[in-house]
Design a protein around this ligand. Sequence first.
Ligand code: SF4
Length: 285
Amino acid sequence: MIRARKSMTPFDWELLLDRLSEFYGTGDWRRPYLRDHAENPFQVLVGTILSQRTRDANTDAASARLFARFPDARGLAAAPQKEVESLIRATGFYRVKARVVRSVAREILDRFGGTVPRDYAELVSLPGVGPKTANCVLVFGYGIPAIPVDTHVHRIANRLGVVRTRTPEETEARLREVVDPKYWIPLNPLLVQHGQNLCRPNRPLCPQCPIRDQCATGVALRDGRDPPRPDDRPGRRRPPGAERAPRAARRSGPRATPTPRSTTSPARSTRRGRRRRRRPRAGPS
Ligand code: SF4
């Protein structure tokens, strides 16, 4: 049974996470390559690097093959490049990824004695490790509260209206301010699950969404209003009197009269047109 929303402000993260957990069923919603290697920070780290720009199924298959052969930093640091390439081929960009994971393994061995660091700054100092990967290691490898922000978390946080950001890095910084740390660990797995099912990049399935009444986009679309946009964020508001017309009015409103095209107007002059005018005409000799 989905509970009614307790309050509108501050944002009720507990209710949101409860509803998503209930909707998708209780269980572990971490992606398999994270779940299967949880509490092994090295495998979480390497699995997350392999997951970049590929599907989860490919990451799962490649991770299983790689870790069956080279389960730790010592083994992977000494692994031949070609063998690693062939083991992770399914992930795409396998030559680059093989180089990166081998050098990560070497640095973990040389700089940290074979143990993946638990410190964010040290993690992002490793080759190929950005904020999302570092936060995945903290959350899924060590159980330390952090907010890994991928495209799903970035998109949904903006649609909910709890942030107005342009990049995942901005989203992470803002979420750290507005979300109580006790909700950080389940936030990523549940929002990723939601982003892969209902809150898709294109055509989100809002009428089926269990958190629609908490979502600025879902409520706006239901009421025929424009959803919030990044340029509505504080400091980027339009001046008074310059608001966008409501969605319905814009759709039915009169169209601007098109400006007639003029072949002589310099403003309408195109590079192609200029080239055409310069080209000598073929004519009777
Ligand atoms: S209401 Fe729509 S936009 Fe909002 S979280 Fe649900 S699916 Fe996404």
